[in-house]
Design a protein around this ligand. Structure first.
Ligand SMILES: Nc1ncnc2c1ncn2[C@@H]1O[C@H](COP(=O)(O)OP(=O)(O)OP(=O)(O)O)[C@@H](O)[C@H]1O
Ligand SMILES: [Mg+2]
Length: 299
């Protein structure tokens, strides 16, 4: 059992770690570079001395473990079925990042029984002590599952490219999160751009539409990452591009994005992992009241 007095003492002495920041990286359209950005941003943060836990919450095929050449023996599905503990499924990635390969149990994660919620909250306690950031790689789109993760996070980082469908789908995602879940602040990364100006244009376009049609939504642009053929090459070689080409333009731009993210970090008073799970469960209850989503790209 945890010694509460000890924890309190640590807080008053100022030596306790601040609560972890929970960030989700998400997109309306698939294949825009979320997983690649999550992996590389996590490695940048870790190389700056931050403890990072990555939650792979994407049911898609290009999962984080595959991108890094890691082979999970178990996933969160086994934890939820009581076959092993959360600690046992965690994978060690580059620079000491930790990865929870959740993808194959993610459907269940959005639909937990009370017992499973409690079990997971207790296991999260284990990580609480030792992480600064939990970064969630969500699936693309506006399914309930994706929405729960986004709405429960402190910071929603939307990834878009300059393709018109990616921009309109990013807007549709922001609209659902604003209207159905009350999320008002978003961050934006524009990926795969041919010039910096192109990235700025996408950001401006999306900000204008949000301002015009959603009023109080704040969309903060973190920056853009250039289209770079070494990125798919690194993915094929199961390596992170920031590790292979640290001085390349894509790595340098992502370094700046991470710095900007750190400089604008949100207050973390409600950032514990247990809070994250509680918010997720609450959203789940809210979500079950909705008849379903019929969000179109229309404004
Ligand atoms: N900046 C970039 N320059 C060139 N190629 C890129 C860039 N970013 C991502 N890619 C390529 O785009 C493809 C999709 O990337 P990734 O799997 O990270 O996207 P995703 O958004 O996670 O996809 P999904 O929605 O399927 O989960 C990969 O093949 C990757 O190499
Ligand atoms: Mg992905």
């Amino acid at each position: 059992m945890k010694d509460q007095a000890h924890t309190l003492r640590k807080i008053f002495e100022g030596t306790a770690r601040p609560c972890p920041q929970v960030l989700s990286v998400t997109s309306g359209k698939g294949g825009v570079g979320k997983t690649s950005l999550v992996v590389n941003m996590s490695i940048i943060l870790a190389s700056r001395g931050k403890k990072v836990l990555v939650l792979d919450a994407d049911l898609g095929l290009a999962n984080i473990d595959v991108m890094l050449g890691l082979v999970p023996k178990f996933t969160i599905q086994h934890v939820l079925q009581g076959q092993c503990s959360l600690e046992e499924i965690v994978l060690d990635g580059p620079e000491g990042i930790k990865i929870i390969p959740a993808s194959s149990g993610i459907q269940e994660l959005a639909d937990l029984t009370r017992e499973q919620q409690l079990c997971l909250m207790n296991s999260m306690d284990y990580f609480e002590q030792d992480i600064d950031y939990m970064i969630i790689d969500t699936g693309a789109g506006i399914s309930r599952n994706v929405m729960y993760f986004n709405a429960a996070s402190q910071r929603v980082i939307v990834v878009a490219t300059s393709e018109p469908t990616s921009i309109t789908d990013a807007y549709a995602l922001i609209k659902v999160l604003r209207k159905q879940y009350g999320v008002k602040r978003f961050d934006l990364i524009v990926n795969n751009v041919s010039t910096k100006v192109e990235g700025d244009q996408v950001a401006r376009q999306l900000s204008l539409v949000c301002e015009r049609f959603l009023g109080d939504v704040v969309l903060e642009t973190l920056g853009s990452v250039p289209a770079d053929k070494s990125i798919p090459e690194c993915i094929k070689g199961q390596k992170a591009f920031v590790g292979v080409y640290p001085a390349g333009e894509a790595s340098r731009r992502l370094e700046r994005i991470v710095s900007r993210m750190e400089q604008t970090s949100r207050p973390s008073s409600n950032g514990s992992l247990q809070f994250f799970l509680r918010r997720m469960v609450l959203n789940q209850m809210k979500g079950s009241n909705h008849a379903g989503y019929s969000i179109s790209r229309s404004y």
